[in-house]
Design a protein around this ligand. Sequence first.
Ligand code: ASP
Length: 417
Amino acid sequence: MAKNNNLTKKIIIALILGLLVGFALNFFAPGLFGIIDPYVLYPLGQLFLKLIKMLVVPLVFVSIVLGVAGLGDPKKLGRIGTKTISYFLVTTTVAIVLAMAVGYMMKPGVNGTFDTEGASYEAAEAPPVIDTLLNIIPTNPIESMTSGNMLQIIAFAVFIGLALAVLGEKTSGVYKIVEQTNEIMMYLVNLVMKVAPYGAFALIASAIGKQGWDAFKVMGMYFTAVMLTLLIHTVVTYGGTVSLLGKMNPIKFFKGFAPAMSVAFSTSSSSATLPVSMDTAQKNLNVPKQVSSFVQPLGATINMDGTAIMQGVATIFIAQVYGVDLSMSQLLMVVLTAVLASIGTAGVPGVGLIMLAMVLKSVNLPVEGIALIIGIDRLLDMTRTAVNITGDAACAVIVAESEKKHVSSNQNSGLSV
Ligand code: ASP
């Protein structure tokens, strides 16, 4: 734990230094930034990012196989699955409603001048919902792994895990191999985390150095509205549910999970942060491996409350800028499509903004509106990614707590709380 605390401190100091250095370079020495960024900051940040990304696919696969196999019986998988998905859906809906309420109260798009004439943005076509659902089952699992299609990898791993659970002794050799592979992955995660402070520093300084402060001045209200909602949702929804349903002191929760949040903040990617978030939840929040390895990879793929919040505020903002009044049924449509859009958002930088097109189209708002907020999205992306993975961890803590009462009836499930 002391070692962990040390690492947390180092990463947080690195984040703050990264912000300061980024702003300072942007403000006072853009020329110097032009030299430092491509030769120092960019390579250092990418090195860290690549090292953790390298572990994501194998880690997700083996940990879900182990998680499902460890659960033992399919009934238990059904129970944990239902609880997890219910928590994800409810909290995401709360997030969007909250975001729209804040959007209406703060009116970020009403005052100020926004250049809607010059705005242009080409939206990609979102696939139909049925296809998205059918696509969860891979036609070629190896291809899913090489292309990093998380939902397909998860689906395949669930099947393999179920088979291992049912076949038991017959496949104990394979189970052992998966278990040992998992050990190797976790060891590597810990190793990579040693360079996390340097990587985080470089990623932040590089992003802020490029972005600077100018974009924030024009978009101040929108920026503040998104940040405020992210904060409220984190403290109230996560803090509240962790304390009421997870029986954990929220301060302990946020403190324990801080290292993962800071890595999410610096990488802007739930998926890249996954190895760290699982490790942190298991070690600092005492979430059993079986629960963490099911809930967190699934959450990093489909549960994005932070993204939903950005989409909610952005929709209201764009409606206000273009002077469109949304009716009640249109607002409900926004809630529905934003839930789907956040589920469909991949856990990589910037995708939430692309998926926003789907929400805007559903209520006939101009997709070009995205061009207005694109400039400021980097820092918001960092923050909402941290919120996205915190929601997964909150869910893991709650599911772990609620599974405690079943432990006695599942002695050999490996759930040791
Ligand atoms: N960057 C976010 C994540 O990885 C997704 C998004 O909102 O763009 O969680």
